[in-house]
Structure formats: C-alpha cells, structure tokens
Write a protein that binds this ligand. Structure first.
Ligand code: NAD
Ligand code: ZN
Length: 380
C-alpha cells in the first residue's frame, strides 16, 4: 500500500499554458481523490488528435492552463469515498466518456452516452465540487475530458475507469483507451458491415485504420481508404485496406468517385477525419436503399452538416458515435481480452515512442501527419 494515500502528491505534469504553445513540464500538486474519485498513477499515455485540437483551440473553446491527455494506462494509487469496485494496485484505462451504471443511458443496451459522465470538453473541473485537483502554487490547472493523463498522477471519476486484466501490457493496450476502440467499435458496433460487403473509411489515422481493422474482422471484401495524405496509403495496406482514393487526384467530389467504383455506392462508410466536408462525402457515398454512414471525427465547433434531405429519403442512414458505442467499464475489459487472445493486433498502431520529457515531439509528429500513435512513457 502506498504511503501517499490521503496526501497531496507532487509530481510532473505537462501543462498547456496557452493555445498552440509547447507544453511545459511542471511540478504540480495533485489533491487526493474525493467522493467517487480515484487517483491513478499514469505509466504510459499516447497522443490522439483530439488532444491536439483542444491544444490548438482553433475550432474549440480555449480552456487554459490545462493538462491534456486522455489515451493512457495506469495503476490505481488510492480511491475516494464510495469507490468499491477499484482498489490500489488495479490496472486501469481512463476513458474520456464515463459509465455511471445508474442512468437511463447506462441502463440502455444501445447507448454509451452516460447522463452523468458523458464527454464534456468545456469542463475543466471535477463534477463532485466543480474544482480542479491540480494546482501549481495554489493556482488551479484545469482538467481535460475528466482524464488529464499528461501527468504522472491524475484524478478521475470512478465511472471513467475501465479495470483491465493486470497481465495486459499497458504500453500496448493504452491505445484502447480512446482511438483504437473508437474506430473498431464504430465499424463493429455501429456500421455493422455484413460479410462480403464494401466499406469506405475516410481518414487513415489511427482511428480510421482501427475502423478498417473492424471491417476486416467483420469480413468486408472491399475496404476503400480515403485520405488527403498519400503517405498514409502504404501504412494502411497492413490494415487490410484494399483500395485507395485521394480526393486531391480528382476534379469531381470524392462521393462521385466512390459511387463509380462501387456501382452506386459503398454499403457502409466510417468517417474519421473531423472535417465536415469529409463527413458529407462519407454520407453521400453510401448506396441508396441500405447504405449506412457513421461519423466519428470531432468537428470544428461551428461546423454545419449540409446535404439534400433526398439523400436520406432515398434510404441512406446517417449515424454518429462516441467511443465506438462501447460502454467504458462494461465493454473495454473485453476489448483488452481480444488483444490478449491475439484476435486484435495493437502493435501495428504504435509507430513512435518518446519519454515524457519529450512530449512535444509527439505533437510535432501528429501535426506533420507522421505515424499513427506515439507512446509517451512517464517517469523519465
Ligand atoms: P489523425 O490526424 O491521425 O487522422 C486523420 C486523417 O484524416 C489524416 O490522415 C488526414 O490526412 C485525414 N484527412 C483530413 N481531412 C480529410 C479529408 N477532407 N478527406 C480525407 N481525409 C482527410 O487523427 P486520429 O487520431 O485518427 O483521429 C481521427 C478523428 O477522430 C479526429 O477528428 C479525432 O478527434 C476523432 N476522434 C473521435 C472520437 C469519438 O469518440 N467520436 C474518439 C477519438 C478520436
Ligand atoms: Zn450513466
């Protein structure tokens, strides 16, 4: 048992002081967990594009100073009042959207949009007392999506922690805490392609390639990858993508290109770019009569989705999903087991690794569009 229980912990955290400025490694104070909260020692975190969006804060509300980070793996250090299903030493993945297990959404088989703990990107405080658990010389530093994993210790609501198999290597399964589960679930749980069907994936970052992996697992026979960055195509071959379309290579809209390639449209599409134009194309490229498009990317806060309603009347379905429709506490432990049973490969998503002190390099790689996931090891 740790001697830090009930005490403030001083540790290193990467603080985003201002939009778009490199993170600064600071000594922060992390308060003990309160009612229904858990303090977690983060061992490894990775960078997802959503962190970059909120760091740039170009299309999102600026909330600074803030500790970003939401894809990670760690070990429970201590638990607050009322926490019964986690204890110090448990291995956990923090998740940006929670599961209280009591609300109508948590009780519904269909939803993972928990009333209490669903993602809230503008909130920088804990829900228990509307205060931050992080501070520097008494000045509060804001949280990010309830996880703030760019810190050696963080405080998370118990409902945002998936307790996983302690044998699972955290430096691999941490990517299931957001991006890979999101893409995989978007296909397997929401788009649900039939065996032998065609699937278009817009955006071949880690999320899109996880969506492609889902299509492969579901037995899709054609997986069409769409990306503006041609460098992604070579990488995507490892993920079962069978054809590639770069919208820049054509004068006509990409939805028309795809309709021509597929005799009227794909059976399913999954959008993983965050750009509204790609969302519209992803919807309009599905076949009338049965096509289903699933939006995953996080849009600009002022984005408006525009399409002729006839596209819907013609029996196309548009859906969106957060976190691949997985309930974090109930479902993620079994996705970790899929990795442990070798049904799911995670190594191919991890293309870079940096020590915590070089966390800004992970941002540079993401901004340059290089690689998929960069693992950031805490400690050093
Ligand atoms: P990424 O930047 O690694 O990948 C995005 C890819 O999209 C890039 O390869 C880029 O070149 C491509 N792209 C951009 N605009 C395009 C366009 N108009 N047409 C075709 N391709 C285009 O990002 P990522 O980490 O894979 O995340 C993808 C998206 O998913 C982001 O918007 C992220 O915020 C979002 N996301 C959503 C959820 C959710 O639960 N809904 C969870 C995690 C991430
Ligand atoms: Zn709930």
């Amino acid at each position: 048992m740790s001697s830090t229980i009930g005490k403030v912990i001083r540790c290193k955290a990467a603080v985003a002081w201002e939009a778009g400025k490199p993170l600064v490694i600071e000594k922060v104070e992390v308060a003990p967990p309160q009612k229904m909260e858990v303090r977690v020692k983060i061992l490894v975190t990775s960078l997802c594009h959503t962190d970059v969006y909120f760091w740039e804060a170009k299309g999102q509300n600026p909330v600074f100073p803030r500790i970003l980070g939401h894809e990670a793996g760690g070990v429970v250090e201590s638990v607050g009042e009322g926490v019964t299903d986690l204890q110090p030493g448990d291995h956990v993945l923090p998740v940006f959207t929670g599961e209280c297990k009591e609300c109508a959404h948590c009780k519904s088989e269909e939803s993972n949009m928990c009333d209490l703990l669903r993602i809230n990107t503008d909130r920088g405080v804990m829900i228990n007392d509307e205060k931050s658990r992080f501070s520097i010389n008494g000045k509060p530093i804001f949280h990010f999506v309830g996880t703030s994993t760019f810190s050696e210790y963080t405080v998370v609501h118990v409902g945002c922690l998936a307790k996983i198999n302690p044998e699972a290597p955290l430096d691999k399964v941490c990517v299931l805490s957001c991006g890979i589960s999101t893409g995989l679930g978007a296909t397997l749980n929401v788009a649900k392609p039939k065996k032998g069907s065609s699937v278009a994936v817009f955006g071949l970052g880690a999320v899109g390639l996880a969506a492609a992996e889902g299509a492969r697992i579901a037995g899709a026979s054609r997986i069409i990858g769409v990306d503006l960055n041609a460098n992604r195509f070579e990488l995507a071959k490892k993920f079962g993508v069978t054809e590639f379309v770069n919208p820049k290579d054509y004068k006509k809209p990409v939805q028309e290109v795809i309709a021509e390639m597929t005799n009227g449209g794909v059976d399913r599409s999954v959008e993983c770019t965050g750009h509204v134009d790609a969302m519209i194309s992803a919807f309009e490229c599905v076949h009338d009569g049965w096509g289903v498009a699933v939006l995953v990317g996080v849009p600009h806060k002022d984005a408006v989705f525009k399409t002729n309603p006839l596209n819907l009347l013609n029996e196309r379905t548009l859906k969106g999903t957060f976190f691949g429709n997985y309930k974090p506490r109930s479902d993620i432990p079994s996705v970790v087991e899929k990795y442990m049973n070798k049904e799911l490969e995670l190594e191919k998503f991890i293309t870079h690794e940096v020590p915590f002190s070089e966390i800004n390099k992970a941002f540079d790689l993401m901004l340059k569009g290089e690689g998929l996931r960069c693992i950031i090891r805490m400690g050093e």
